[in-house]
Design a protein around this ligand. Structure first.
Ligand code: F6R
Length: 243
């Protein structure tokens, strides 16, 4: 795992976009794993700018989202499908329908998880997976305590994650869903490259555990230590607890 500390969120976005530009140049029909939340937003702005400038194209790209909330209706602004459509898919030249996510509207959620895992397996999993990290160390929505070899599954959001994400729901924690569908840790680890972005002091403990801690279910992101091509991009605040 390689750690790079960069001064600003913009510098992180540039560096992350360089990785994706290199991938799309080498493989225009790459499989890209996308993350939601605030961490990748500057990256999505940068990718949009590079696409508009003709430096990169998503015309042949297939995307797979990491996760989705359960219980939000179609079109809800905080549904991750809506988020990705608004912040990336519709801003670049990616085909409508080319960005897939687990179907959290399905009646049978277990079946929906299995179907998503099979869809990813059939595509050969991701060439590059973009990741954020929760303050409790989750990647995707793999919350602490779950198995390290999990596949796409239903997970229960921790109180901490719901508190953290209440900012997207008018600061009303009750409005934050309690359940989600998420790629499992083993699903995420299938990606040929992992690219994790973390900014701000709130992520400092999770980054310390990720970089300096033991691999442990208590800090799910630590599985990344076992990946042979993982790049972690952080700002000085997120790096502030590293020894
Ligand atoms: C999002 C996801 C989560 C977030 C994490 C950090 O699809 O899977 O792991 O990356 O909760 O969220 P932000 O970036 O909003 O701090």
């Amino acid at each position: 795992m390689k750690l790079v500390i960069l001064d600003t969120a913009e510098a992180i976005a540039q560096r992350a976009a360089d990785e994706i530009e290199a991938l799309l140049t080498a493989k225009p029909n790459a499989i890209l794993g996308t993350a939601t939340g605030s961490s990748p937003l500057p990256l999505y702005d940068e990718l949009t700018a590079r696409c508009a400038a003709g430096r990169i194209s998503f015309a042949e790209v297939t995307g797979f989202m990491l996760d989705e909330y359960v219980g939000l209706p179609e079109g809800h602004p905080e549904r991750y499908a809506t988020f990705m459509e608004t912040n990336l898919r519709s801003r670049v030249d990616m085909r409508p329908g080319a960005l897939h996510g687990p179907n959290a509207l399905a009646e049978d959620l277990q079946a929906a998880c299995q179907e998503y895992e099979e869809q990813m397996a059939a595509a050969g999993y991701c060439d590059l997976q973009i990741l954020g990290i929760g303050t409790d160390g989750h990647i995707g929505f793999n919350e602490p305590g779950g198995p390290l070899d999990s596949r796409t599954h239903v997970d229960v959001l921790t109180e901490q994650t719901r508190r953290d994400n209440a900012r997207f729901f008018n600061d009303d924690i009750e409005a934050v869903p309690t359940h989600c569908l998420t790629q499992g840790l083993a699903t995420i680890m299938e990606a040929r490259k992992l690219l994790l972005i973390a900014t701000g002091e709130g992520k400092a403990q999770a980054i310390r555990e990720l970089v300096e801690g033991e691999i442990s279910a208590e800090w799910p992101a630590t599985v990344m230590q076992g990946h042979d091509d993982a790049l972690v991009l952080v700002d000085p605040a997120a790096a502030s607890l590293l020894t």
